[in-house]
Write a protein that binds this ligand. Structure first.
Ligand SMILES: Cc1ncc(COP(=O)(O)O)c(C=O)c1O
Length: 367
């Protein structure tokens, strides 16, 4: 049996007629940019997340840059960001002239903690990026309340997750989503969104996504051309009503994995009160690359995503943004993590096969 690491295509098969109809609707409308589909998706996505405003943008990376910009982050400011994340979480900061300051994560939840962020905060800190990594839910409310700084949630991997205080996207000052095809809610190309409960921030984000203009006549700021396409919005609207059932499927697979693997490997731990829609199911093993090679030889796809954490990347070293605090949780997670298959369409048979093979091979001595 071959088991793919993720599978964004299969859940869309039953929706094909609706997706075809949505595409035809956009073609017939002859409106391709910032039209009725984007407006409707923004309203529906905001309602789903449980927040007042959603603004479609071109991708999840620009979403972070624009969210920070809306908060007034600029040259000389510092933004605290976890080093154990996808590169884009930090990459979004330097284009503003701001400095990424790396903080640690808990190596079992893969998320920042109040203490790890506090250790990186200085008087120059203007904002914090909390990443809901792998679909787990970072303690965003606690960070804002205890530290008195605005938090941008990087919720690229967490559509469909639930936290004790609400859904990712409704927890911080602003939140950012990616609709890259492999995400829990994925477009058929690039896409992203910014959510916020603050009407003034939403207005600012809308202005920034369209060249710094509200009326396409007067340009009040140097902004971005960062828009969600009508086609992608129409396709996302077909999928959104299915997100919860897909998230439940991921959660059920994670429960089976946790039962089967608890004595074999390190398991991802949900943060307190969270019900993650695991975007990736990420175990830990002392020799993850050797384990990965053995799993692949048995047809099971797996991957270490962030073996070299952001603070060790060449562009960070060249930029002079070396970490100022020790990052032991990051180093441990980076060295040991391994994503094993999970998706909204993974079958029970596949989960059982993966779990049995991981159990067998995790215990095997290194070749
Ligand atoms: C945690 C995280 N942040 C940001 C991004 C950037 O999103 P995009 O690829 O849509 O720019 C991604 C996804 O690729 C991600 O996983």
């Amino acid at each position: 049996m071959t088991v793919p690491l993720f599978d964004p295509a299969t859940p869309l098969h039953p929706l094909r007629p609706q997706i075809d109809a949505a595409i035809a609707r956009v073609l017939d409308s002859e409106r391709y940019v910032l039209g009725p589909e984007v407006a409707a998706f923004e309203e529906e996505f905001a309602r789903y997340v449980g927040v007042q405003h959603a603004v479609g943008v071109a991708n999840g990376t620009e979403a972070i840059t624009i969210a920070l910009r809306a908060l007034g982050v600029g040259p000389g400011d510092e933004v605290v960001v976890p080093s154990f994340s996808f590169w884009a979480s930090a990459e979004a900061i330097p284009p503003l002239g701001a400095v990424p300051v790396f903080c640690d994560v808990d190596p079992e939840t893969y998320c920042v903690t109040l203490d790890s962020v506090r250790a990186a905060v200085t008087p120059k800190t203007k904002a914090i990026i909390a990443v809901h990594l792998f679909g787990n839910v970072a303690p965003v409310r606690e960070l804002e309340e205890e530290l008195g700084l605005p938090v941008v949630e990087d919720a690229a991997q967490a559509a469909g997750s639930l936290g004790p205080d609400g859904r990712p996207g409704a927890l911080g000052s602003l939140a950012t989503f990616s609709f890259y095809p492999s995400k829990n809610l994925g477009a058929l190309g690039d896409g992203g969104a910014i959510t916020t409960g603050d009407a003034a921030l939403a207005e600012r984000v809308k202005q920034l996504r369209f060249h710094g203009s509200r009326d396409k006549v007067t340009y009040e700021a140097v902004g971005y051309n960062s828009r969600l396409d009508e086609l992608q919005a129409a396709i996302l609207r077909v999928q959104l009503p299915h997100l919860d059932e897909w998230a439940d499927h991921r959660r059920a697979a994670a429960v089976h994995y946790a039962e089967a693997l608890q004595d074999s490997v390190g398991l991802p731990r949900a943060t307190v009160g969270a019900r993650p829609a695991w975007h990736l199911y990420v175990i830990r093993h002392p020799e993850p690359d050797a384990l990965a090679a053995r799993l692949r030889a048995r047809g099971i796809e797996c991957r270490g995503y962030y073996r070299q954490p952001i603070h060790a990347q060449p562009a960070v070293l060249a930029g002079g943004w070396a970490p100022r605090v020790p990052l032991p949780g990051t180093d441990a997670a980076a060295a040991q993590h391994l994503a094993i298959p999970i998706s909204a369409s993974i079958t029970r048979e596949q989960v059982d096969e993966v779990a049995a093979t991981v159990r067998e091979l995790a215990a095997a001595p290194a070749a």
